[in-house]
Design a protein around this ligand. Structure first.
Ligand SMILES: Nc1ncnc2c1ncn2[C@@H]1O[C@H](COP(=O)(O)OP(=O)(O)OP(=O)(O)O)[C@@H](O)[C@H]1O
Ligand SMILES: [Mg+2]
Length: 437
């Protein structure tokens, strides 16, 4: 328990989590209307929503919802209007009081907190972005974006310096003195995003932040968020009713339907292996290229050479690999570039002893991609090159390669959605176990 005289730095701060999920929501219910608890009374077990609504005037907003979010994960809650998404994200930090259930964030029990603890906890750990940006019309961009820091009591020079950095991050450098009415919707949303990022919390809650934007601007904002997340590794709960947005942004997606979670899984799980008819109907028209990723078709690199090796060794390695090129890596398997047969032959003729003494024979511009790259992004790259595409993890360690032929084969062989829901659920569970999700 946090006592009232704890200092601001320890009060409410989330300790480093180990392997624990960062956010854990267990059997949360939200019932609107009078005496909400009665809906959970065993005497009404088996009654459906409409009974409570018509007979008692209670609306069930959340029906026994459970999920977990890992640190640094982007978790998307997707569902049609009225499915309970906003209710869920508000219950998460008790802007709406859950009727039942437990919420743990970073090892701290949110459901048990006093009002004071809760306020402190939110202030330190949570930032929110909504569809309506909530900018104050009479404050300029700088003052709007630094609002959260002002509330925290940060001195002006410090908060302006910090806010300017964040405005630059979201592409608004130079707009500090402008007023909201002088900005387009997309720019106003960037100010909202900057305000949320300025307070530098671990957790970002975003309730349909891009819904009011034109399709083009919306796509730009999605790309922006992906780029920022690549850098910042926040734990994000992102709400949307747009399936494509969910598939693009989510590491995992929860599909909500009528206050319940219909399925939680990776974009691929949800599109290829729906676990009930509702999810299947929802996702059946999704293009495979937008969900299949490099990791699905990546194979172990067939030919790698190290910088200290010479062109003769490289030619030998390439010869044994039945390909036309080798990946040049350093001692720790970090990807450096591509050495083709002809490059190695030219280096040999020039009397080069070590590859790392003659980088001009290596294609250092030949780009690698992360294993999470979708086919949509891979296909143009594959079309532009006769060589495979190298795949590197977040530390630039070479982990695989993708052949153009493998992309085509995967697209041809991946059966359209499987509607054996039980088999899908079993396979998803097995895959989740395997990948440690
Ligand atoms: N204060 C309230 N009193 C009664 N019912 C409510 C209240 N707030 C929400 N609800 C009901 O709870 C259900 C879920 O609402 P919620 O706002 O969470 O949906 P949503 O998924 O966010 O929808 P949208 O996409 O339109 O924002 C709806 O049926 C709604 O009518
Ligand atoms: Mg909503």
């Amino acid at each position: 328990m946090v006592s009232a005289n704890d200092t601001a730095t320890t009060n409410g701060a989330i300790p480093e989590a180990g392997d624990q999920p960062y956010i854990r929501v267990s059997s949360v219910w939200k019932v609107f209307g009078k005496n909400p608890e009665r809906v959970l009374d065993p005497q009404y077990a088996g009654r459906d929503k409409s009974y409570f609504q018509s007979e008692m005037g209670n609306v069930i907003g959340l029906h026994d919802v459970s999920f977990e979010v890992g640190r640094g994960e982007t978790f998307v809650i997707m569902g049609l209007s009225g499915s309970g998404k906003s209710t869920m994200v508000r219950c998460l930090i008790r802007l709406i009081e859950p009727t039942a259930g437990e919420i743990i964030i970073g090892g701290r029990n949110i459901t048990d907190m006093t009002d004071k603890e809760l306020m402190e906890f939110r202030r330190q750990n949570i930032a929110m972005v909504f569809q309506h940006y909530g900018l104050q019309p009479h404050r300029n961009v700088l003052d709007n974006a630094s609002w959260g820091l002002e509330v925290q009591g940060m001195a002006k020079p410090e908060r302006y310096a910090r806010t300017k950095e964040v405005l630059e991050l979201v592409g608004l450098a130079g707009w500090e003195e402008s007023y909201p009415r002088q900005l387009s919707g997309g720019m106003q949303q960037r100010v909202g995003l900057a305000r949320a990022l300025a307070v530098d919390t671990d957790i970002l809650l975003m309730d349909e932040p891009f819904s009011g934007l034109d399709p083009l601007i919306r796509r730009q904002m999605q790309d922006e968020l992906l780029r920022l997340q690549d850098e910042l590794h926040k734990t994000i709960v992102f709400i949307t009713h747009d399936l494509n947005e969910a598939l693009k942004l989510g590491d995992r997606i929860a599909i909500m339907h009528d206050g319940q979670i219909a399925q939680i899984g990776s974009p691929e799980d949800i599109v290829l292996r729906p676990e009930d008819e509702y999810v299947g109907d929802f996702t059946q028209d999704v293009r495979l290229e937008s969900v299949l990723t490099a990791s699905k078709v990546m194979v172990a690199p067939k030919a790698t050479v190290m910088g200290h090796q010479g062109p003769r060794a490289a030619l030998h390695t390439i010869g044994n690999s039945d390909g036309d090129a080798a990946w040049v890596v350093d001692m720790r398997e970090h990807y450096i570039g591509m050495l083709t047969i002809s490059g190695a032959e030219r280096a040999l003729r020039a009397g080069v002893k070590r590859i790392d003494e003659a980088w001009e024979y290596v294609d250092l511009e030949y780009q690698s991609v992360p294993p999470t790259t979708t086919f949509d992004a891979l296909i143009p790259i594959a079309m532009a090159s006769e060589y495979p595409i190298p795949c590197c993890d977040e530390n630039n360690v070479l982990v695989g390669e993708v052949y153009r032929s493998a992309l085509a084969k995967a697209l041809a062989e991946t059966s359209i959605q499987n509607t054996d829901y039980e088999a899908n659920a079993a396979e998803n569970a097995a895959l989740a176990e395997e990948s440690g999700r």
